[in-house]
Design a protein around this ligand. Structure first.
Ligand code: GLN
Length: 289
């Protein structure tokens, strides 16, 4: 007699997956289960509950099992699903790019506000370390501008270009393989320089969640030094630039004092900090001339 395979309904799978993820210490286990299942079924979370008695087909089950297995190994949810929402847009992500973070949306808000307040028309922007391209693409999605977005990873630039295409910003952004420590000598020609640089100090890496430490690109997370290497170089390039430059940089939680001391030591006096939605100092804006 042929073996009767067990019928797995959406509701059963959500329950069992939530339990497995919880057991592994993964936070928001229910949400993770819902997102993995809706990704497998090409639907949204709401539809899961509208069809909660629906049984999965064998091929869907196999795909879902594969995704759970990856998530149980602590691979970030966004790498498993291959996508991430940011600033109301969708971005393709994979292990060669940092997953866009909600706090980075503060950098976008502050940048747009700054461009508006300074009445910059069609500003020329440089983004350092574009990764998935999320910062440049979010800005280009809102205003007229020309952006040079640089990164040292060819694989990241490929993803960024693809994201720029799907979000209809390709005509405004020029992606380039460049290293600010080797290929950039000053910031002439740019109205604003923007970056969310790798700001985790080498000795802080061990404090990160496994999802971050073991899966996200190290070069996007840490400078392998004190977490200030990029700020030092960016301030140095800004002070070397003839005329006026302004920089807008994301900073890590609790890093305000370090970045502020660095700025003061480098003779930068015209700066301010902006907080994110959790009231954490998140962005430094400095005008340098
Ligand atoms: N610009 C990208 C982001 O903010 C990547 C930043 C990085 O890799 N440090 O998500």
């Amino acid at each position: 007699m042929a073996e009767v395979s067990k019928i797995w309904r959406i509701i059963d799978l959500l329950k069992i997956t939530e339990g497995l993820l919880k057991e592994k210490g993964i936070s928001s286990p229910r949400l993770n289960a819902e997102l993995l299942l809706s990704d497998t079924l090409n639907t949204n979370r709401m539809d899961l509950y509208l069809n909660f008695e629906k049984p999965l087909q064998e091929s869907e089950l196999t795909e879902f099992r594969g995704k759970i297995k990856r998530r149980l190994s602590r691979e970030p949810l966004q790498y498993v699903t291959g996508k991430c929402g940011f600033y109301g847009m969708e971005f393709k992500v994979g292990p060669s790019v940092l997953i866009p973070r909600p706090e980075t949306e503060t950098l976008i808000d502050v940048s747009l506000e700054n461009i508006r307040a300074r009445e910059l028309d069609n500003p020329k922007i440089l983004e350092i370390g574009t990764g998935s391209g999320c910062i440049s693409i979010a800005i280009a999605g809102k205003i007229n501008c020309r952006i040079d977005s640089i990164d040292t990873s060819n694989d990241a630039l490929k993803i960024a270009e693809e994201n720029s295409g799907t979000n209809n910003t390709s005509s405004k952004i020029n992606f380039q393989l460049k290293d600010i420590f080797r290929d950039v000598m000053d910031f002439s020609g740019y109205d604003i320089v923007i970056s969310n640089p790798p700001y985790i100090a080498f000795n802080e890496l061990e404090t990160l969640e496994p999802e971050v430490r073991d899966f996200e690109p190290l070069a996007a997370l840490t400078d392998n030094e004190d977490g200030l290497k990029f700020y030092r170089r960016i301030f140095e390039l800004a002070t070397k630039t003839d005329g006026k430059t302004s920089v807008l940089l994301e900073i890590g939680d609790g890093k305000r004092a370090n970045v502020e001391n660095l700025a003061i030591n480098m003779g930068i006096t015209n700066y301010c900090f902006y907080k994110d939605l959790l009231n954490i100092d998140r962005v430094i804006y400095a005008e340098i001339w």
